[in-house]
Design a protein around this ligand. Structure first.
Ligand code: HEM
Length: 326
């Protein structure tokens, strides 16, 4: 008897883990967010600028609360980006990186003055706020890619605006270590207007699109009680939101700066920033469901909470989600 209970527990536990893992798999081809893999591909970033007579190319994408940067520079030593300096180097939020023996080092630093080396944020009481980083070195070019929150909350970091101008400094060095620069310079970049994100989903089809690029969903959207339900990460992740699944309470939590949405399987009310909101005020049957092991959420509710416009073409059965609202 004792053993039978244990086996049942194990089976149930495995199912919960499988559902959780399926729900949280990365969106793969869906995301137009740059892949932080140490290689800057053509068209990977929304914007780029060439500095220092061609020796330093900075690429960037800003989406939601996150910024991605790619630095490609003609050096086998270090490369660096300084964000929003006050006087020349002073007050710049610096990201410093190099590739040595196949290993990439990326440091989150802050310039306290017109001298170096610059301290790591952590040694000034701040935090390391690089979310992801990768690098490569090939044919005399060093590439460093990294991502971070636009606004980290760390006093050693400068805010990156969602649009408008940003003052930067750049530098490269000859050594794979924190050491004086060989070339340096400054520029003002236009972060650029946020690029609208247009997602389409077709009922009963796993073929979707993101800004015209095909996307393959791992579960087809369905209509239940007149509302479209779909695997939510295909909406949330392109908009810079994170999706987590809490198996114990069967809750999907979607988070983006200033917004926390929690939806529970089978429940007609969602919690939005701590307050209860009916998913469909006109129909209590509109609830998150689990279909063939996938958690499917009401598309319109989630998309509208994330600031999107939603339309549905009854002839083609295509749902179009646009961010930001036109
Ligand atoms: C160990 C590292 C570093 C040391 C020792 C260092 C040192 C210095 C010194 C002494 C100066 C003033 C004299 C001069 O113009 O050469 C300077 C200027 C400058 N540094 Fe650095 N620096 C370091 C890292 C960086 C990094 C990481 C960046 C960019 C992210 C940077 C960007 C600049 C810029 C833009 C100037 C001003 C150039 C000008 O106005 O002509 N430096 N640095």
């Amino acid at each position: 008897m004792v053993q039978r209970v244990r086996i049942a527990d194990i089976v149930q536990c495995c199912l919960v883990v499988v559902v959780a893992v399926l729900l949280m798999l990365p969106a793969g081809v869906l995301s137009a967010q740059p892949a932080v893999d140490g290689v800057v591909k053509t068209g990977e970033y929304d914007h780029s600028t060439v500095l220092g007579d061609g020796i330093y190319t900075l690429s960037w994408t800003v989406a939601g609360d996150t910024a991605w940067f790619g630095i490609q520079a003609t050096t086998t030593g270090w490369v660096a980006l300084g964000i929003d300096p006050e006087t020349v180097m002073k007050g710049a939020d610096m990201v410093f990186g190099w590739v040595s023996g196949g290993k990439t080092t990326v440091l989150d630093q802050y310039s306290t003055g017109m001298f170096g080396p610059h301290p790591d944020d952590t040694s000034l009481g701040g935090t390391m706020d690089i979310l992801s980083s990768a690098g490569s070195e090939q044919s005399g070019t060093t590439t460093i890619e990294f991502s971070r929150k636009r606004v980290t909350g760390d006093t050693q970091d400068k805010a990156i605006p969602a649009s408008g101008n940003l003052k930067i400094i750049w530098a490269v060095g000859n050594a794979d270590s924190v050491s004086p620069h060989a070339r340096k310079g400054s520029a003002t970049i236009d972060i650029g207007a946020p690029v609208p994100i247009v997602l389409t989903f077709t009922i009963s089809s796993t073929n979707g699109t993101r800004n015209g690029t095909p996307v393959t969903l791992d579960a087809a959207p369905v209509i239940q009680n007149g509302r479209t339900l779909l695997p939510v990460r295909y909406v949330a992740e392109p908009l810079g939101a994170t999706v987590t699944w809490t198996a114990g309470t069967r809750t999907v939590t979607i988070q983006r700066a200033g917004l926390t949405l929690a939806l529970v399987v089978g429940r007609a009310t969602a919690v939005v920033n701590g307050g209860n909101i009916r998913i469909d005020p006109a129909d209590a049957r509109v609830v998150p469901i689990i279909l063939q092991g996938r958690t499917m959420l009401p598309a319109r509710f989630v998309a509208e909470q994330l600031g999107c416009a939603v339309s549905y073409d009854t002839t083609t059965r295509v749902v179009t989600i646009t961010y930001p609202k036109p």
